[in-house]
Ligand binder design. Structure first.
Ligand SMILES: Cc1ncc(COP(=O)(O)O)c(C=O)c1O
Length: 379
C-alpha cells in the first residue's frame, strides 16, 4: 500500500459543478470580488458562527490586514517561535517588530505563561497560532492577560477551519482571525485567505485594505495603504464548493485520529499530543513526538522507501528563532520548548477521505520502522 503525505479531495461531482459555474463567471464580466466571493464569505462566517468574514488572496494577507487594522507599525508583536514563517512575515510587512516567544509543550502554542515575560508597554498585539488545528484549552487565560494589558489578541487560524474549544469556534477568541486556503489546508481554494471577526471596524478596514486601500470598489480614492489582496471569483467558487464538505471532512478526520491514538500507545518511541476533552481539533495535522534517540529524517526515509508511507511536513521542523532570515531579530534567543518540540515532532498522514485500512497500515509501518531503526542502532 502507498499512503501519500497529502491528498486533496475534490469529488467528480464537485469538479463538474466548478467547471459549469466557471463558464458562468467567465461570461459574466465579474471576475473578482463578486457574487461568489460574497457567498463564500457568508457561508464561511456561518460555518464558524462568526458575525463577519472578508475574503482575501492568502492567509498571509489576512494576517497582515488584521495587524494593519489593529495598528502595529513601529511596535512589538509577540509571535510563537513554533509557527510558519508567514506569521512573522505578516508582522514585518505591517511595520511591526517580531518578538518570538516560547510555546507550551502540551499544545505547541503560546500560553499566558509563555507570553507574559515578553509583554511590555510597546507590545501592539499577540498572535496565537492554533497549531495543527488544536485551539489551546488555556486560550481564555491568554485572552484575559491580553485584555488586562490592553493588547489585542489575534488568531492565526490558518490550520483551524472548524476547530472548536468549549463549543466555541476558531475565530471567536481574539479580535480577529486569519484563515488560509492553501492547498493542504482542510478547506482549500488553491490560494486564498479569510478574515473572521466580530469587530465591525476591522471588517470595514479589511474591505478597504484588500482592494488597494480604495474607499469603494468602483471609485479611485485611496484612503489606506492597501494592496492587491483581492480574492478572484474563480477562487471563491472553488472555496465555496469545498467548504460545503467541511463537516464531512471533520468527521472523517475525527474517525481516523483515535485509530492513531490507540496505535501509538503500542509504539514506545512515539507519543501523541493528546487533545484535551473540551477541544475538537480538525486534525489539520496529527502531531506526535519521537523519543530523542530516534532520528526523524532516517525514520521518514525508512517509512517512505520500505513501507510506501510518506509523512507530511511538520508544524514545524525548525523554530522561527533558528531560521536564517530572522537571525537579526532572534540572535541569542533560547526558547527550549520550541527547540525540543520542533526537533522531535512528526505528522502522520491524515486526509479528508482517509480509510481506516490506510490508518492501520500507517501505524503498523511506523511500529515496524521504529523497530528497524532501533535494531540497526544496536547492531
Ligand atoms: C500557521 C500559518 N500561518 C499563516 C499561513 C499563511 O497562509 P497562506 O499560505 O495562505 O498565505 C500558513 C500557511 O501555510 C500557516 O500555516
Amino acid at each position: 500500500m502507498q499512503v501519500p503525505a497529502a491528498r486533496i479531495v475534490f469529488s467528480q461531482q464537485d469538479q463538474q459543478e466548478i467547471h459549469e459555474q466557471m463558464a458562468g463567471i467567465l461570461s459574466s464580466g465579474s471576475l473578482t470580488l463578486g457574487r461568489h466571493t460574497r457567498e463564500f464569505e457568508d457561508t464561511f462566517a456561518a460555518a464558524h458562527r462568526a458575525p463577519h468574514a472578508v475574503a482575501v488572496s492568502s492567509g498571509t494577507a489576512a494576517l497582515e490586514i488584521i495587524l494593519r487594522s489593529v495598528g502595529v507599525a513601529g511596535r512589538d508583536v509577540i509571535v510563537p517561535s513554533n509557527t510558519f514563517y508567514a506569521t512573522a512575515a505578516a508582522v514585518t510587512h505591517a511595520g511591526g517588530r517580531v518578538v518570538l516567544a516560547d510555546v507550551d509543550r502540551a499544545t505547541l502554542a503560546l500560553s499566558a505563561a509563555t507570553v507574559e515575560a515578553s509583554l511590555t508597554s510597546n507590545t501592539a498585539a499577540v498572535v496565537l497560532v492554533h497549531i495543527g488545528g488544536l485551539i489551546p484549552p488555556n486560550v481564555d487565560e491568554l485572552r484575559r492577560l491580553c485584555d488586562r494589558r490592553g493588547v489585542p489578541l489575534v488568531e492565526d487560524a490558518a490550520h483551524a477551519h472548524g476547530s472548536t474549544f468549549d463549543g466555541r469556534h476558531a475565530g471567536s477568541f481574539g479580535v480577529a482571525a486569519a484563515f488560509s486556503f492553501y492547498p493542504t489546508k482542510v478547506v482549500t481554494c488553491g490560494e486564498g485567505g479569510m478574515i473572521v471577526t466580530a469587530d465591525e471596524q476591522i471588517r470595514d478596514d479589511a474591505v478597504v485594505y484588500r482592494d488597494q486601500g480604495k474607499a469603494g470598489f468602483l471609485g479611485n480614492v485611496h484612503i489606506k495603504p492597501g494592496y492587491a489582496w483581492r480574492m478572484s471569483e474563480i477562487h471563491a467558487l472553488v472555496g465555496k464548493v469545498h467548504l460545503r464538505h467541511l463537516d464531512e471532512f471533520l468527521a472523517v478526520r475525527a474517525r481516523i485520529a483515535p485509530l492513531y491514538d490507540t496505535g501509538l500507545a503500542e509504539i514506545p518511541d512515539v507519543d501523541p499530543i493528546p487533545v484535551p476533552a473540551a477541544c475538537t481539533s480538525n486534525y489539520y495535522k496529527y502531531v506526535a513526538l519521537l523519543s530523542p534517540a530516534l532520528d526523524r529524517s532516517m525514520l521518514k526515509k525508512e517509512l517512505k522507501e520500505h513501507y510506501g508511507v510518506s509523512l507530511s511536513g511538520e508544524v514545524y521542523e525548525m523554530p522561527l528563532h533558528q531560521q536564517p532570515v530572522l537571525a537579526e531579530e532572534a540572535a541569542q534567543l533560547s526558547l527550549p520548548v520550541a527547540e525540543d518540540v520542533c526537533a522531535r515532532q512528526i505528522c502522520l498522514p491524515l486526509h479528508s477521505d482517509m480509510t481506516e485500512d490506510e490508518a492501520r497500515y500507517v501505524v503498523t509501518s511506523l511500529g515496524a520502522a521504529t523497530t528497524d531503526l532501533a535494531d540497526r542502532a544496536e547492531s
